[in-house]
Design a protein around this ligand. Structure first.
Ligand code: CTP
Ligand code: MG
Length: 231
């Protein structure tokens, strides 16, 4: 069943989905690889569409797959699909350019974080709505982290209590993200990194284990288990 987006919602979500998925191994672009019989992108968009604040979803697809992705997503939710770029930042910029007038909050969400719950989308959006210019979901770092030199010899132990692992969706006041992208050179950083460079404060909210990024075959296997356990 096709989800309805909220015409009174104040959130547009950009979904960079144009990556190859090299680390997942040979096969189709990562967003189109199957998880429990459905492409990762379908899982991701279904969960975004279930978040009540979402007004618009713009997907940046692999350039050769734009028509296929439109067809794939038509039964899932009303989405705009644009061709992505060679780097993630270019894909986000292409999606940003396609957002209609209206939504005051923009979220940027990796298709690869296919199991991200709608509740996390809402909590990031709520923090922006509440006055934060930029918001990222984070988890504490559980492993001990060492800094090493080029020869893999330990230089020191980093204070883990001050570190956070960053997820998506990352949320922004629309004007803040637009300005950061306009000012961005060819730097390869995440969207919050672009905003940090503008001197804007970036705030954290609690992330979710389900927002894991599916990067390697192990992550795909883990996601299969999480889905099966949730049934
Ligand atoms: N992405 C994108 N355009 C690119 C590169 C990445 O839209 N040129 C998207 C991916 O589709 C993914 C998200 O950015 O949803 C995070 O990237 P990553 O997990 O690195 O995915 P891939 O680049 O596809 O994977 P890999 O780096 O292993 O090739
Ligand atoms: Mg990549």
């Amino acid at each position: 069943m096709t989800a309805q987006l909220n015409p009174r919602g104040d959130v547009a979500v950009l979904v960079p989905a144009a990556g190859a998925g090299v680390r997942l191994g040979p096969g189709r672009p990562k967003a189109l690889r199957l998880l429990a019989g459905e492409p990762l992108l379908v899982h991701a968009v279904r969960r975004l569409a279930a978040a009540p604040s979402v007004h618009t979803i713009v997907v940046a697809a692999p350039a050769a797959e734009v028509a296929a992705v439109r067809e794939l997503l038509a039964p899932v939710a009303p989405v705009t699909v644009v061709p992505g770029g060679a780097e993630r930042q270019a894909s986000v910029a292409a999606a940003l350019a396609a957002v209609p007038a209206g939504p005051a909050i923009i979220l940027v969400h990796d298709a690869a974080r296919a199991l991200t719950p709608p509740e996390l989308v809402e909590s990031v959006a709520a923090a922006v709505r509440g006055g934060r210019a930029a918001v990222i979901p984070v988890l504490p770092v559980v492993d001990t982290i060492k800094e090493v030199d080029a020869g893999e010899v330990v230089l020191g132990t980093v204070d883990r209590s001050a570190l956070r692992a960053v997820q998506t969706p990352q949320g922004f006041r629309r004007s803040v993200l637009t300005a950061a992208h306009a000012a961005a050179g060819d730097s390869l950083t995440d969207d919050a990194g672009l905003v940090e460079k503008q001197g804007v404060a970036v705030s954290c909210v609690p992330g979710s284990e389900y927002a894991l990024k599916i990067t390697r075959p192990f992550d795909l296997a883990l996601a299969e288990h999480l889905l099966a356990a949730a049934d």
